[in-house]
Design a protein around this ligand. Structure first.
Ligand SMILES: NC(=O)c1ccc[n+]([C@@H]2O[C@H](COP(=O)([O-])OP(=O)(O)OC[C@H]3O[C@@H](n4cnc5c(N)ncnc54)[C@H](OP(=O)(O)O)[C@@H]3O)[C@@H](O)[C@H]2O)c1
Length: 264
């Protein structure tokens, strides 16, 4: 069972798990994860072995203005899903984020203590806690800087700006690890059979947003975070280190595939 199946990652999960039953807050198979009864009734009806939850409120700046909604969708709703999975004996796979960390350390392993600095991070951390408080057989996958064929993402934005503008200013003082949604979806299949717990899964390679953009478009200009003010604070460093499983390929190789695939 895949929840959030119509999102960016959800679309790639559909390809990896072709037999899954698909749900989202829009579309034919409606499931609002904030509705406790609806979640329980749906999971009882589907009787899944594994529930993969890719549903989330992912607008990081939007979460600052709508902190209540982000806590509901990214935080409280995970108790609904975890309780239903626990009752039905299903494994829960869920995605969390590098933004649960404050960026004061450069690199973060799975056991590092979270300390979010924006509303999105606070809500995603609550989601992790609600899973851990309500069930044991979970796989929480923390990932970062997702880009994929079926959703609004940073590279998409850069390609559009590059066409419209002579130069594109991009911050050069925030560092992380880009992750291709198709790679993450494939890796998810492998993780289901591993021990329950928290996993840090990204493509390999660290870069700034400026370096990431420059790999896709020619007309970038570096700038600082002070010159490019956003509603939500972002951690300076949010480099997730995977200490538990095989690494995925370098983000530059994944980006090459993504750009090729976009043209087809
Ligand atoms: N994108 C990133 O850079 C990034 C980085 C780190 C971690 N993650 C995590 O990775 C996961 C997948 O992200 P994504 O970028 O693929 O997300 P996405 O494209 O925004 O997809 C999320 C899906 O969840 C749906 N949804 C929203 N509220 C819901 C609700 N109450 N009930 C059921 N479905 C609901 C959304 O529908 P609507 O579009 O109609 O709202 C959308 O189809 C999320 O857990 C996210 O936090 C993402």
């Amino acid at each position: 069972m895949i929840i959030g199946a119509l999102g960016m990652l959800g679309h790639d999960l559909q390809k990896v798990f072709p037999g899954a039953e698909l749900f989202d807050v829009v579309g034919d198979n409606l499931l609002d994860i904030t509705d406790e009864n609806m979640v329980m009734e749906t999971v009882e009806a589907v009787q899944p072995d594994v529930v993969i939850n890719a549903a989330a409120y992912t607008d990081v700046d939007g979460c600052e203005d709508n902190a209540g909604l982000s806590l509901k969708v990214n935080g409280e709703a995970l108790a609904n899903i975890a309780k239903a999975c626990h009752k039905m004996g299903a494994k829960l796979v869920h995605y969390s984020t590098d933004y649960i960390f404050d960026g004061k350390k450069q690199e973060y392993v799975e056991s590092d203590i979270p300390n979010p600095i924006n509303a999105y991070g606070v809500s995603k951390l609550l989601g992790e806690k609600n899973i851990q408080d309500n069930m044991d057989d979970y796989c929480i996958i923390r990932t970062s800087w997702l880009f994929g064929k079926n959703g609004k993402n940073f590279i998409e934005t850069m390609l559009a700006l590059s066409e419209k503008m002579d130069t594109v200013n991009v911050v050069n003082d925030q560092f992380g690890k880009p992750t291709y949604a198709a790679d993450l979806a494939r890796k998810t299949k492998e993780l289901i059979d591993l021990d329950p717990g928290i996993y840090h899964i990204t493509n390999e390679g660290v870069c700034s947003w400026y370096e990431f953009a420059s790999a896709a478009i020619p007309n970038t200009v570096p700038c600082s975070s002070e010159e490019f003010i956003r509603k939500a604070k972002r951690p300076k460093y949010s480099i997730l280190v995977n200490t538990k499983t095989n690494p995925m390929r370098h983000w530059k190789d994944a980006l090459t595939d993504y750009l090729k695939e976009k043209k087809t």
